[in-house]
Design a binder for this molecule. Structure first.
Ligand code: NAP
Length: 293
């Protein structure tokens, strides 16, 4: 149980509802900022404005998955009010108050480090990233179906990167009958790609590998699908870039060449907000329980 734990949930999307539901069920005291248009009430949760938060009593500040905007603005789909997160807010919390977000950005990192606060980036955890890969892959399949006029089965699908997302993407598309090739830079990844029955290649060979692909799915958060690479792709190629903004594709060049290239951020929150919210809620609960013991 989380009896006695006080947490503020500031903004967010439908995924935060699962967090609220779970923390409330475990008897935490919750203060909800940026939820004034949410009809649903939760026992033990009080809606309020940022200025009214009992900052000195909080054990946790839970921010949206993206943390904040580049200047501290907090996204919320449940309010029209503007919310800005600042270092001053953190300075007023007690030393043990922990900040939680999915990812961070330079602004948020500066705020938390200047205020000397523990900041847990949930999406940096392997378990969260692996669970989150499941709805990400489902969203990728949806996008490929929506934006092509051929089946995944028998098509040539290239996956760039063999981390937590790339691994699941490659395996799932292969299970759907695609011919999957995977680009990586580490020899152990090349070995695993081979073992799994996909066509491996080193990323420095990317330019030479794209001439017969139908779909290219990027998971590498670095400029990898350059103009040189795009110029060697067939004109019908679809590029789905899953890497965090700004992605790894030269989108301007792709457009110039008439190749459809789509940056597809936040798929779990789009295709499965309930599941994606539960993934966050489960790990957050465990962390709060560990911290309170
Ligand atoms: P990950 O486990 O860290 O995997 C990243 C992969 O990219 C690894 O294979 C890594 O290779 C490779 N890589 C990184 N930098 C590289 C570079 N400069 N050159 C060549 N290869 C490089 O990350 P992940 O969890 O799979 O996530 C991948 C990306 O997808 C992230 O940007 C993440 O934010 C994003 N994401 C997007 C969605 C969505 O809905 N679109 C959902 C989840 C995650 P090494 O192992 O050799 O370093």
């Amino acid at each position: 149980m989380l009896t006695g734990i006080k947490a503020a949930i500031i903004g967010g999307d439908a995924r935060q509802l699962e967090v609220i539901r779970k923390l409330a069920a475990l008897n935490a005291s919750l203060y909800l900022v940026g939820f004034d248009q949410l009809d649903h009430g939760f026992t033990g949760a009080t809606k309020m404005d940022l200025d009214d938060l009992p900052l000195g009593e909080l054990d946790a500040l839970i921010l949206p998955v993206n943390g904040s905007g580049p200047d501290g603005e907090i996204d919320t789909i449940f309010s029209n009010k503007k919310i800005k997160f600042t270092e001053e807010i953190l300075q007023k919390t007690k030393p043990s108050c922990t900040v939680f977000s999915g990812i961070t950005n330079p602004y948020l990192t500066k705020c938390t480090s200047n205020a000397n606060k523990k900041h847990i980036k949930l999406f940096e955890r392997d378990d969260v990233a692996i669970y989150n890969a499941i709805p990400t892959v489902e969203g990728t399949i949806m996008m490929v179906i929506q934006h092509t006029d051929f089946t995944i089965h028998q098509s040539n699908i290239m996956v760039l990167g063999f981390g937590r997302v790339g691994f699941s993407v490659a395996r799932t598309f292969a299970n759907l009958g695609a011919n999957v090739s995977v680009g990586a830079r580490r020899s152990e990844h090349i070995a695993r790609i081979t073992e799994m029955g996909f066509k491996p290649f080193y990323l420095d060979q990317l330019e030479n590998e794209v001439e017969s692909i139908d779909v290219c799915i990027n998971t590498i958060p670095a400029p990898i699908i350059t103009s040189n690479v795009i110029s060697k792709m067939p004109s019908h190629t679809l590029i789905i870039d899953l890497a965090s903004k700004p992605g790894g594709t030269d989108f301007r060049f792709a457009e110039k060449r008439g190749i459809k290239a789509l940056l597809a951020p936040g798929l779990p929150g789009i295709v499965a907000p309930k599941t994606a919210g539960k993934i966050i809620a489960n790990v957050l609960t465990q962390l709060l329980m560990d911290e309170s013991n």
